[in-house]
Design a protein around this ligand. Structure first.
Ligand code: OAD
Length: 268
């Protein structure tokens, strides 16, 4: 069996997805970096412009890297925080928020560390549950030693793209260095968020997987879990190869900002 399925054109795939999802009361909308790519935020693994093609994740996304060079890491994350604060939700975020307004049982589980789902939900007046963040938030910080939350100063940091060396603030309780509130390689996911996400997948009728390469575990195991439980999964990605061949797996090949508004319109 080929590893990469042939994908139908959107003109065919969108009505098919809408028919299948129309009566689904509970859908997990599982998003990754590609969700925010149309807002100008770089993904991690895209060959052109992916962060991990330009920066070393061992130095920038591990506790060991932070301990070895906290100024390098803090400066880089300040620059990413600035980028996120200046970005805006794209048409894909707005489409998911619109779907949540109409269908309160649909919920977002995200690997993203930005707040673009929250901002789109607020603009749409979503009353349902907040997105589940599996990998933390760029807008949060805590002490690397005692884990006490650290209140970042309000306002957008003024940093050069790619960052500069910048000493992290010190914890007001123990004096330890403050680190970004994101999950790094080798670290456990926030326990409550993971439990909620897993329960949401176990209880869902279908899953919509948007803009993730599906290589970082355990998050990447969620679509696999859905398939194991015989739940249909739709994958939104411009790269058709992002979807494996599986009888319950369907592809909507295209960008989040292009595909999701079409899907939301088809579901009205
Ligand atoms: P990746 O960078 O690994 O994958 C991004 C995916 O988005 C790829 O499959 C792209 O084809 C797809 N993509 C690109 N542009 C898109 C668009 N406009 N619309 C839809 N899809 C698009 O990002 P993640 O899978 O999210 O960890 O990466 C998982 C984790 O690895 C991240 O959460 C991060 C990283 O290290 C942490 O920050 C802890």
């Amino acid at each position: 069996m080929p590893d990469t399925p042939t994908t139908p054109p959107l003109s065919q795939a969108i009505p098919q997805a809408a028919t299948a999802l129309r009566d689904a009361a509970r859908v997990v909308m599982f998003t990754g970096a590609g969700m925010s790519a149309d807002s100008g935020i770089a993904t991690f693994r895209d060959a052109l412009g992916g962060l991990w093609s330009r920066f070393d994740p061992q130095r920038l996304a591990t506790a060991e890297g932070f301990e070895a060079d906290p100024d390098l890491v803090w400066g880089w994350y300040q620059s990413r925080r600035q980028q996120v604060m200046l970005a805006r939700p794209n048409a894909g975020h707005h489409a998911l928020a619109q779907l949540q307004c109409q269908r309160p049982g649909w919920r977002v589980v995200t690997q993203n560390v930005d707040d673009l789902h929250e901002r789109a939900a607020e603009a749409a007046g979503v009353a349902g549950p907040a997105p589940i963040h599996l990998h933390g938030s760029l807008l949060a910080a805590r002490c690397h030693h005692c884990a006490r939350p650290f209140a970042l100063p309000p306002g957008v940091p003024d940093e050069p793209a790619g960052g500069r060396r910048l000493a992290p603030p010190r914890c007001t309780a123990c004096g330890g260095p403050v680190r970004p509130g994101v999950v790094w390689f080798g670290e456990a996911l926030p326990r409550a968020a993971w439990a909620q996400a897993e329960a949401a997948v176990r209880g869902c009728d279908a899953m919509l997987v948007v803009g993730t390469s599906g290589v970082v575990h355990p998050a990447a195991g969620l679509p696999t879990l859905a398939l194991q439980l015989s739940k249909p999964v739709w994958v939104v990605n411009p790269d058709a190869a992002a979807a494996r061949s599986h009888p319950l797996l369907h592809t909507l090949t295209g960008r989040a900002a292009e595909v999701l508004p079409l899907l939301a319109a088809a579901l009205v």
